[in-house]
Write a protein that binds this ligand. Structure first.
Ligand code: SF4
Length: 456
């Protein structure tokens, strides 16, 4: 009988959103406890996991093509194990094996904690395994948070506070692949937050599909504004963010938190999706354009200068030229600091999948290009207005590329800033004088009158 080596090597690849980044980090943490170490190239691995996204058809196609390319490794590394995780794995389940019979593991979004036991079974030759049970077993690793892979620094970390979603927006597959909304107990979250700060995180981003509804099912004592205050008050934390916020659940108390909590960054990602009330109603979003705009006004009154970013979907079934014009009007009137816009694609199992996908592809593309050009102009204008002013930057990276200013980080309003300065270290909060504006970032230098604020 051959002996199992004590350390085995895993390569993880992530598609999709911050939740998936976080889940990849959780899987790595669980695999560490099972004796695995991370490698940077698939060819060096004993186990490859591809964490997939299902939110758009394009994301699924990208994952399929990546898995197809990874198959060739089987020729040079016959014993290598290949697993698919994440939303696409959850949605497809067994069907994945019919498409790609060379896959060893299909692991759904609620089964992550069972990864080590499945890997042990695969190592003993038992497979393939499909586990898409959405009911998670308790994790043996309570403080599974870690710094975001690929962020290049240990300064900013993500922390999941809830899972799943109950909203059933007509275009969205998330409630089907991540299950119903479940909030983590606050003590669990605070323990993990303290752990991340001790490991060197200066900024935390609280994550959930709709953080605004955090706490449902946990009793009257806790809701999102209360949790936010508890995390905000932790010693050693410099800056706090959260995402994503559903506009219908953005309460007055949460808006008030932007006025009261100084460590809360002046930025809110508030997905609007469309600027037409008819389209919003068909999307089952639960608010009107007027209600959305009133929330944005209240936010700007609570925290003047707050940056608002958004998501927009174009070409939803039945979207007319006039509906799209209203979306453009909304973008011009809110003047988002950034917007992530996408073409609608049918997601099997959703309410909208039953309706004709009746906006032709060319029209979707035309609308997307139009919208993105508008937003790029607005972002450039807002960046130019910042030249000559100052922003607070949390230093996340030291640049190695010649010709670029030495330090990089994000401003409170979530703008990428590169700047020059002396006596600066990772994790410092530095006041930067903005000298130049670009489409995607700002450049400047550390303000001479404001030495970096060192964390104790
Ligand atoms: S709120 Fe809507 S868009 Fe967001 S995850 Fe839930 S169903 Fe999807």
């Amino acid at each position: 009988m051959s002996e199992t080596p004590t350390t085995r090597r895993v390569y993880l690849e992530t598609f999709g959103c911050q939740m998936n980044d976080y889940d990849t980090a959780r899987m790595m943490r669980l695999l560490e406890t099972a004796g695995y170490e991370k490698v940077e190239l698939p060819k060096d691995a004993d186990l490859i996991l591809v964490n997939t996204c299902s939110v758009r058809d394009k994301a699924e196609q990208k994952a399929l093509s990546r898995l197809g390319r990874l198959k060739s490794l089987r020729r040079t590394r016959p014993g290598i194990l290949l697993g698919v995780t994440g939303c696409f794995a959850q949605r497809e389940g067994e069907k994945f094996l019919r498409r790609m019979p060379y896959i060893d593991l299909i692991l759904g979004t609620g089964a992550i904690e069972r990864l080590p036991e499945h890997i042990r079974a695969l190592e003993c030759g038992r497979g393939p395994i499909v586990d898409i049970d959405l009911e998670p077993t308790p994790s043996p690793v309570t403080d599974f948070g870690r710094h975001l892979p690929g962020k290049g620094s240990s300064v900013a970390a993500f922390l999941t506070i809830m899972r799943g979603c109950d909203n059933y927006c007509a275009y969205c597959v998330v409630p089907y692949v991540r299950g119903p909304e479940r909030s983590r107990p606050p003590d669990d979250i605070l323990r993990e937050a303290r752990g991340l700060i001790t490991q060197g995180a200066h900024e935390l981003t609280l994550l959930g599909q709709n953080v605004n509804s955090y706490g449902r099912g946990l009793g009257d004592e806790i809701d999102f504004p209360r949790l936010l205050t508890m995390v905000h008050d932790l010693d050693g934390l410099t800056r706090l963010r959260f995402t994503t916020s559903h506009p219908k659940d953005l309460s007055d108390r949460l808006i008030d938190a932007f006025a009261k909590l100084p460590k809360l960054a002046p930025h809110l990602h508030l997905p609007v999706q469309a600027g037409s009330n008819q389209v919003l109603a068909r999307m089952n979003r639960g608010y009107t354009v007027e209600q959305y705009l009133a929330r944005v006004d209240a936010l700007r009154a609570a925290r003047p200068g707050i940056a608002v970013t958004t998501d927009i979907l174009v070409g939803f079934p039945g979207e007319t030229d006039d509906d799209f014009r209203q979306t453009c009007d909304l973008v011009e009137s809110v003047r988002y600091s950034n917007a992530f816009s996408f073409r609608y694609s049918v997601r099997p199992g959703t309410a909208a999948a039953k309706w004709p996908d009746d906006v032709p592809d060319e029209q979707k593309i035309e609308r997307l290009i139009n919208l993105q050009a508008r937003q790029q102009r607005i972002t450039r204008e807002l960046h130019r207005e910042m030249v000559g002013g100052r922003v607070e930057v949390l230093v996340e990276r030291e640049q190695t590329e010649p010709g670029l200013p030495r330090w990089s980080g994000k401003s409170g309003c979530y703008r990428e800033v590169h700047f020059a300065g002396d006596d600066i270290g990772l994790g410092d909060m530095v006041t930067v004088e903005v000298e130049r504006a670009f489409a995607n970032h700002l450049e400047g230098r550390a303000a001479p009158t404001a030495p970096p604020v060192q964390r104790q």
